[in-house]
Design a protein around this ligand. Structure first.
Ligand code: GLY
Length: 403
């Protein structure tokens, strides 16, 4: 473990950003004995308040993302033990549900797309089973009669991100993490080393190591030298919440999803009757407006899959920002600026990657080394100086990626 170089007013680790990635980093660091602080005006808020919580390593596989798949699967495998440990330390259940997923096709184009995904999953050694439309409806009777076939993926589960965020917050507090409920004005760099941050009220937070985990805002923190500023951008997702009235008639038993006219739509049923319908994918900067068009498209596509949803009360509409990176994969670990680490850029996989991110960041903060599974995700792959770290995704493969 790094010995602290700070006085009693500083921390070993300052995490900038209290979303689920910042919180899991802080929790894991504190559990390893590091004096840890988090700076965020609203810890536990952010994208986790919007996300559906699919753990979709297999159904969200894309061409050329096999290295990312390795990280996704490593995190998915950790989820049961992670959920149990977090429940123990926070006295809260995070709604981890081993429910499986059914990805369905509504027309011949969708079916061709799913067939390609099935072949890719097969090549990657993943478990998924092709079903006819009738077999899909036998599993999920609320599906539209027009469903032409589907992929049954019993390993893609779900968690409730709001409960995950709340549990991480409590676990952090119980582990002694100090919270500064304020906005960070800028990173502090002294003699070419990150050594803390300053809040917008002028308060200085000295720290031996700093982790920038501010989601889509990570790319615009003042004071971060341009060459280490993460290339992260906001990708807006609008999400709806419907409620199955009590007593709950069986509506859906597992996550149901499809690609309709090139857009992803998914329905994630919770045991408490909540049905989450997501999500748009929009490159509009830091805009989180819920639009009539976004709600219309989600309801239209979800209705084509499961016509009965129009009977349900629409109880919430929200938009959040995914932290997108140039290769859709996260940036984890040390930057070229000594003392500054990144844990950002998780894009569509933030909830899924929470356990492995916490473990990887705690390891690098205590030993200086990223674990093997996280090494391809070093931020140095984007540094201007050529780096020996290979990109997790080749540009050729990205071009071939289906919508
Ligand atoms: N992983 C689901 C989404 O980002 O919409």
């Amino acid at each position: 473990m790094h010995a602290s170089r700070k006085g009693s007013d500083g921390s070993d680790v300052l995490v900038i950003g209290g979303g689920i990635i910042g919180l899991v980093t802080a929790w894991r660091a504190a559990r390893r004995g590091l004096r840890t602080a988090v700076a965020d005006p609203d810890p536990g808020g952010g994208a986790a308040q919007v996300a559906a919580g699919m753990l979709a390593a297999v159904t969200e596989l894309h061409y050329g993302e096999e290295t990312l798949l390795g990280l996704n699967l490593a995190s998915a495998q950790r989820y049961p033990a992670f959920a149990a440990e977090l429940a123990e330390e926070s006295s809260q259940d995070i709604g981890f549900r081993a429910c499986g997923t059914l990805a369905v096709a509504l027309d011949a184009d969708d079916r061709a797309h799913l067939r390609e995904l099935h072949a890719l999953q097969h090549r990657c050694g993943l478990e998924s089973e092709w079903l006819t439309g009738r077999e899909c409806r036998r599993l999920e009777p609320m599906l539209a009669p027009g469903v032409r076939g589907g992929l049954r993926v019993d390993g893609d589960h779900q968690v409730d991100p709001r409960r995950l965020a709340a549990a991480l917050l409590t676990a952090c507090e119980r582990a002694g993490v100090v919270f500064h409920r304020a906005t960070v004005a800028h990173l502090t760099v002294v003699r070419d080393r990150a050594c803390g941050a300053v809040l917008d009220d002028g308060a200085a937070l000295p720290a031996d190591q700093v982790v920038l985990a501010a989601g889509s805002f990570s790319g615009r923190l003042d004071g971060v030298p341009a060459e280490v500023l993460p290339p992260v951008r906001p990708v807006k997702g609008q999400v709806l919440r419907l409620t199955v009235p009590r007593p709950y008639a069986p509506f859906l038993t597992r996550t149901v999803r499809a690609v309709v006219r090139g857009s992803h739509v998914y329905l994630v049923p919770r045991t408490n009757g909540e049905l989450v319908v997501g999500a748009t994918s929009e490159e509009l900067g830091w805009d989180t407006t819920v639009t009539a068009g976004g709600v219309y498209e989600l309801l239209r596509d979800a209705h084509e899959l499961v016509p009965g949803i129009t009977e349900l009360p629409l109880t919430e509409t929200r938009a959040g920002l995914r932290p997108g990176s140039p290769d859709n994969a996260p940036l984890l670990g040390p930057t070229a600026l000594p003392g500054l680490h990144l844990a950002t850029g998780h894009y569509r996989n933030g909830v899924l990657l929470t356990p492995v991110t916490g473990d990887a960041m705690a390891a690098v903060l205590t030993t200086g080394e990223l674990p093997e599974v996280a090494r391809p995700f070093s931020p140095r792959r984007f540094s201007p100086v050529p780096s020996p770290v290979p990109s997790p995704v080749s540009s050729l493969a990205r071009e071939e990626q289906p919508a």
